[in-house]
Structures are given as structure tokens and as C-alpha cells.
Design a protein around this ligand. Sequence first.
Ligand SMILES: Nc1ncnc2c1ncn2[C@@H]1O[C@H](COP(=O)(O)OP(=O)(O)OP(=O)(O)O)[C@@H](O)[C@H]1O
Ligand SMILES: [Mg+2]
Length: 296
Amino acid sequence: MEAVLQIENLTKNFGRLCAVNKMNLEVGKGQVFGMLGPNGSGKTTTLGMLMSVVNPSSGGFKWFGQESTNDTRKKIGAVLEHPIFYPYLTGQKNLELTAMIKGATADQITSVLKLVELSDRKDDKYKTYSLGMKQRLAIASALLNDPQVLILDEPTNGLDPMGISEIRELIKKIASDGRTIILASHLLDEVQKVCTHFAVLKKGNMVYSGPVEDVNKGPEIVEVNADVDLSEVLNTFQGASAINRENGYFEVTLTKGIKGHDLNKFLFEKGITATHLVTKKRSLEKQFLEILAESK
Ligand SMILES: Nc1ncnc2c1ncn2[C@@H]1O[C@H](COP(=O)(O)OP(=O)(O)OP(=O)(O)O)[C@@H](O)[C@H]1O
Ligand SMILES: [Mg+2]
């Protein structure tokens, strides 16, 4: 894997609050990388440090194997929380202003407008744009100087279902020509739909990172026991992929989609009351949903 970004022990304290705690992470070229976490978990702070608008308290990171400089930053486009455009100017004019700052050409403006499907609205004033169009213009603006990396902070926040799906399609389209994308999200579903890899943040701590396809791997395992011998009855339970005896309990590995309460119901219908039924290992998906449901 060719690393585009290497984060080492990156830490940000705001007074006594540790917003990002010793983060270690690598993002590979071409990945769509999701920073997943609930409100206040440190996503925006992390992206801010990567864009050099927030100073790390300690630790650091490398872009393209180098310390971050003006030169490396030119290869990165970002849409952070509040993109600023002039409401009374058209989309086209707004992009012309950004192009001037970034040194992008008129052709590049035409091409990014086409990419985000705003060509036919380019001569309308920014203030007449829908929220989704505003977000697409922000993405167009970030792509103006053809950056290798695109950073997006909660790109679908506040959009209606139509707008959300347009932005998600756009992200996939942008990634399809080899660009690396790093995005923050508080929705597991969104990360599963658009990302290839992700990290889970909880109160500034990175508690997981890996490929998105692993989320559905790893079955739920429950421990169960009753006053009667369960060996035979458990063998007739359709939802088990493995049954082992472990320290006085039966350890049942459940098949995909089957939960502990399904086993409980099954036993109950056989006239057996479980004296012990504990989920030993939750699916990753369930663990993440629990983290996301917690807030600071
Ligand atoms: N400038 C600041 N001064 C003090 N505390 C801050 C500052 N910026 C962020 N924080 C705190 O750092 C923590 C992480 O905030 P951050 O905005 O990075 O979270 P987030 O994951 O982006 O949340 P959200 O999903 O709400 O956007 C929060 O507790 C927040 O209150
Ligand atoms: Mg944020």
C-alpha cells in the first residue's frame, strides 16, 4: 500500500479536554477513508490538524511521506464545516474567485462544474442554490486545482435524501479516478455505502480501524446454560454455526442476523428457561452502533 497520509501519535488538547488522543493511522492512495464517530469525538479537530488550521498539541503526520508544507497542502482539497461563498454572485463567479487564489484555469472551472453537475446552473446566484447544490459547489471549489486528496467534513449533513444520495454518488465518482478521499461522518450506514476503509473515534480515541468489508465479519457469540442438559436441543437450533462447551457453559456462535434473543426464544418454545444467557462477543456493527449512539 502506498501511503498518502501517515498519522503518528497525533494529539490535540483544548485545556484539560483531550479532543484527539495519540492517534495513529495510515491512509493509502485511492482509499475512501471514513472517520466515523459521534458528536464531539474529534473528527473535525483531526481534519483541522490535517489541513493545518488547528495546531497539534503533540505528535504529527506526513502527507505523501513529507512534513506538511504549502507544497503538500496544494495537493489537498478540503470542504470543512462552513464553506464561504458570495450569495449574490453566481456559482461560476464564485469559482472564478477561488480559481484566482488557487491559480486554476477557466477550463478547470468548466470541468469541475460538469463533474458536480452544476453546469446548467452555473449562471444562477449562489443564494438561489439548494443545500445540495451549495455542497456540490463547495466540492467543485475544493477540486479546482486537481488535488490528489479530497477532505470532506460531514458532506451530507442537513441534506434531504435526494441530496444525500447525489453527494454519495459524487464521492464515488471522484474516487473512481484514483483520488484519495478522507471524510468525517457520524453515520455507519454512510461509511458502509461510500468508504473502503474507516476508523472509529470515541471521545478522541481511535478504537478501531480497518476495511469496511470487515464490519459484517465476525459473528455474535453467546454463552448459554440451563438447569437441563442443552447439548441435544442446541443441536437442533438452526441459528448456530458452532457450539462449544466452555467453562461450564455452552458457547454458541450465531449465524449472520441471528441474535441472542432468538436463541432465548427458541429455548423458551422448547419449554426450557435459560439460567444464563450472555452475549460474549458482539458483531462489530453492533459495537459501532453502540459507540455512535453515545454522545459526549
Ligand atoms: N476550539 C475549541 N476549543 C475548545 N474545545 C474544542 C474546540 N474545538 C473542539 N473542541 C472540543 O473538542 C472535542 C471534539 O470536537 P470535534 O468538533 O472535533 O468533534 P466532532 O467529532 O467533529 O463532532 P461533531 O460530530 O459534532 O462535528 C469536543 O469536545 C469539542 O467540544
Ligand atoms: Mg465535526
